[in-house]
Design a protein around this ligand. Structure first.
Ligand code: GAR
Length: 197
């Protein structure tokens, strides 16, 4: 089986990246995590990737004079690694259309809300402020419009009395760790050359 070479982009804790790495330890999983890229040197997830024998790459946006220059460096690295899928996992940089167009259909993101509700940041706080009864997470394709690409999978959780942003985000995060590996597998299978006769 040709496993699809996958890069995971992170900016911080990296718990979703860890879920993808754990899933990909199964040789039957259709994607292989070949590198973890961070735009921040202090991203805790980098240590986990190193400890798991995965190539890590720091491409600090601050080191580049423009968004385009940062994205050119990111693009060059991913192409040098012969990447088939980019999985954004808590990657907190907005990518421009110029970068995205070269990866469309092969770049996915996990977002902590039931899109199209609560695009952008502070999703748990906003759901609680609205008195939402349910909340959740979404894995979607990345397109030029922020958090608006085609949805691959969603998971819903209840909002419970007394929830805080922390308790709600913990409930959602558990579902993120479940659906992100499933969604990556769905995309990887769809991109694999059909080898059956
Ligand atoms: C996750 O909850 C992810 O859905 C969210 O950041 C967190 C990263 O956690 N992503 C976004 O808000 C993207 N706009 P992690 O680093 O532990 O995976």
């Amino acid at each position: 089986m040709n496993r699809v070479r996958t890069a995971v982009l992170i900016s911080g804790r990296g718990s979703n990246m860890m879920a993808l790495v754990e899933a990909a330890k199964d040789p039957a999983y259709p994607a292989e995590i070949v590198c973890v890229v961070s735009n921040r040197a202090d991203a805790a997830g980098l240590d986990f990737a190193l400890a798991n024998g995965i190539a890590t790459k720091l491409i600090e946006h601050k080191a580049y004079p423009s968004r385009e220059a940062f994205e050119a460096a990111l693009d060059a690295y991913l192409r040098s690694m012969k990447i088939g899928i980019i999985a954004c996992a808590g990657f907190m940089r907005i990518l421009t259309a110029g970068f995205i167009v070269g990866w469309e259909g092969r770049m996915i993101n996990i977002h902590p809300s039931l899109l199209p509700a609560y695009k952008g940041l502070h999703t748990h706080e906003r759901a609680l402020a609205d008195g939402a009864k349910t909340h959740g997470c979404t894995v979607h394709h990345v397109t030029a419009e922020l958090d608006a690409g085609p949805i691959i999978l969603q998971a819903e959780v209840p909002v419970l009395p007394g929830d805080t942003p922390e308790t709600l985000s913990a409930r959602v995060l558990k579902e993120e760790h479940r659906i992100y590996p499933e969604a990556l597998a769905i995309l990887a299978r769809s991109l694999q050359p059909n080898t059956s006769i």
